[in-house]
Design a protein around this ligand. Structure first.
Ligand code: CDM
Ligand code: ATP
Length: 291
């Protein structure tokens, strides 16, 4: 029997996030520099006639392997677009906190599309993958190849891949689930309202980590304030991160509650993660390279 096909579903980190306005359909136009972490879920696919999903892993509790799971939603959407698509049994090892601003579900959906593409001889660059990804969720498209780049529109417009200098990060989730829809709503924008101009379209890959940190210091995450109003513990996570020795930047990712901090080297990020985990044993704390 052939071994199952396997892929990683890496966490997405929004290094910055500007909300530019709200479209007539209610979705928000964004501009965000996105990077990917070394930590993630693992998805495998055992080819077979019927589509199914099983779950395991430290973060699978509370997540259902039902039709609402983004792995099955992505598979069904691709099957609808490609009649006759070969399917199979998916197995997801869930390590990323659910509803946490690091796109775990989106990464899983993108991973499902990659595995089905491999099984069915669909080329990674086939436009059908991008089309289906965009239907499944705003973040799924950027997770298809999980490379650092600028993301715009509602998440469907992707800039060229950026080779970022290595970033030594720590990811922290203070244990609260945050629903993306509520955070966007809390911005209070009216349909059709424009709040700011696009700014970063011509962003070139920064030559050094210092250049990138310099750029990031001029930006922010516009969703942090509304997310913190709903979940004040996010403010505590940001304060704890900022107080760690060697922290160069502490910021929330996506719609929260996961926050990240950046350090100059691997030893500093590892020491910081260890110290924070000791201080807050109930929080999810991961030192990781962002690229
Ligand atoms: C905040 C980010 O994580 C930044 O990367 C993403 O924009 C969110 O992406 P996502 O979780 O894949 O979002 P979806 O599952 O497509 O949308 C969830 C809900 O968030 C709101 N939403 C999402 C994306 C967007 N650009 N504008 C929105 O207003 C919509 O109300 C939508 O119903
Ligand atoms: N495989 C999956 N993994 C995680 N969440 C899933 C999955 N399938 C469905 N969901 C549902 O999707 C919603 C969003 O989960 P996810 O973990 O992707 O949020 P997120 O990290 O905030 O995403 P983003 O950063 O893209 O906004 C949750 O309400 C969750 O119940």
């Amino acid at each position: 029997m052939a071994p199952p096909l396997t892929t990683r579903a890496r966490a997405k980190v929004n290094l910055d996030l500007r909300v530019l306005g709200r479209r007539a359909d209610g979705y928000h136009e964004l501009e965000s520099l996105v990077a990917f972490a070394g930590v993630g879920d693992t998805l495998s696919l055992d080819p077979g006639a019927d589509l199914s999903l099983t779950l395991a892993g430290p973060r699978s509790k509370g997540l259902a392997a039902d039709d609402g799971n983004l792995v099955l939603r992505a598979a069904r959407s691709l099957a609808a677009a490609r009649p006759g698509l070969r399917l199979g049994r998916f197995h997801l090892v869930k390590r990323l906190p659910v509803a946490s601003g690091i796109g775990g579900g989106s990464a899983d959906a993108a991973a499902a599309l990659r595995l089905l593409a491999r099984l069915n001889g669909i080329a990674p660059g086939d436009p059908i993958l991008r089309e289906v990804a965009t239907q499944v969720g705003a973040d799924v498209s950027v997770c298809l190849d999980s490379r650092a780049r600028l993301m715009a529109g509602i998440g469907e417009k992707l800039g060229p891949v950026l080779r970022l200098p290595p970033l030594f990060g720590v990811l922290v989730n203070p244990g609260v689930g945050v629903e993306t829809v509520g955070v966007f709503r809390a911005l209070g924008l009216k349909a059709g309202e424009v709040t700011s101009e696009a700014r970063a379209q011509n962003l070139a890959a920064p030559a050094s980590a210092a250049d990138l940190l310099g750029y990031l210091a001029t930006t922010s995450n516009d969703l942090a304030a509304p997310a913190q109003r709903g979940a004040p513990v996010i403010g505590e996570a940001l304060d704890r991160l900022a107080a760690l020795p060697g922290c160069r930047l502490a910021r929330m990712s996506g719609s929260g509650a996961t926050c990240f901090a950046l350090f100059d080297d691997c030893a500093s990020s590892a020491a910081a993660a260890k110290a924070l985990q000791r201080e807050r044993p109930g929080w999810w704390v991961k030192p990781t390279l962002l690229s």
